[in-house]
Write a protein that binds this ligand. Structure first.
Ligand code: HEC
Length: 275
């Protein structure tokens, strides 16, 4: 099975005319990338993602939408208007929506229910193109996530509905599909994989998941904008040539819940800086 994985991966990468997946990290390259990451982190105030967190805060507190109200009564799980620490406990089951929701799906729900926005419009083109700033929903998500900075992922995910969603995420993560017959696991279930210079984190391993999942939303230097977790998942599905992953869809929530579960106890440092 492993061998077919690698053949599939090589065919995929060759079809994009980029360098093949390196199966072992080259020590020098890894050192150089680490140095680059350190340089980015040395001055945390140089992170442009913080501007989006500020923009998100302003959007949260401003009366907007057809109903002209702010999001200050939005309940992210810890009670209306409580933002501090809310992200650390998401995804969770919301009785009012009768649904397990991740951060972005819940904000979308509040924008629709409280402010009267049409969620169908908001999910039409929810993610920014290269060089464009993160959209309003993403900026609000960046603000909310930043208010759990320094905390640890502690979503309980123990209600039957939540367990079901995590199990679905686990199945989806490992399910091979699409024209390349890839699963998330093809790229993210082994130590030391990479495509070009991009390390492929071993997301099935809690130790590795804990290191990266809490960094999202993250400012991505290569595309010069904040990328949210929903956007990250959308892009990875695109890499698999799967149909577009819709923001707030059951599949997106399930994958995000599965990742949060694997990252339980991991540090939150959003928005982090990514290559
Ligand atoms: C073809 C290989 C490939 C597949 C399949 C793939 N990904 Fe990825 N994934 C990547 C690459 C490449 C990156 C890093 C991109 C970068 O560095 O900019 C990444 C990054 C990520 C990250 C962020 C990791 C970090 O460093 O913070 C997450 C989370 C993630 N993928 C989840 C998924 C999920 C869930 C799936 C299945 C829906 C999936 N990926 C499928 C290639 C893949």
């Amino acid at each position: 099975m492993k061998i077919t994985h690698h053949i599939a991966a090589t065919v995929f990468v060759a079809s994009l005319a980029v360098a093949p997946i390196a199966l072992a990290q080259d020590a020098d390259t890894e050192k150089a990338i680490e140095r680059y990451r350190q340089m980015l982190k040395e001055d945390p105030w140089s992170n442009p993602g913080l501007l989006d967190a500020d923009r998100g805060e302003a959007l949260w507190t401003t009366a907007r939408g057809p109903k002209n109200v702010s999001l200050e009564t939005c309940d992210l799980g810890k009670g209306p208007g409580k933002v501090d620490g809310a992200f650390a406990e998401l995804p969770r089951y919301f009785a009012d929506a009768k649904k397990v929701m991740d951060l972005e799906t819940r904000i979308l729900w509040c924008m629709e229910q409280l402010q009267g926005f049409n969620s169908a419009d908001l999910v039409k083109r929810p993610h920014p193109g290269g060089g464009q700033p993160v959209k309003e929903l993403g900026a609000i998500a960046t603000y909310v996530a930043s208010k759990s900075n320094g905390m640890k992922f502690s979503a309980k995910l123990d209600k039957p509905q939540e367990k079901e969603v995590v199990a679905l995420g686990d199945a989806l993560f490992h399910r091979r599909s699409g024209p390349f017959d890839f699963s998330c696991a093809t790229c993210h279930a082994a130590e030391g994989l990479r495509i070009r210079l991009q390390g492929l984190p071993f997301l099935v391993n809690p130790e590795a998941a804990k290191k990266v999942v809490g960094e999202w939303p993250a400012y991505r230097v290569s595309t010069t904008h904040v990328m949210t977790m929903q956007h990250r998942l959308y892009d990875c599905y695109w890499q698999m040539r799967m149909p577009e992953l819709q923001l707030g869809s059951d599949v997106s929530i399930a994958l995000s819940a599965y990742l949060a579960k694997n990252a339980e106890g991991g540090d939150i440092s959003a928005p982090a800086l990514k290559r």
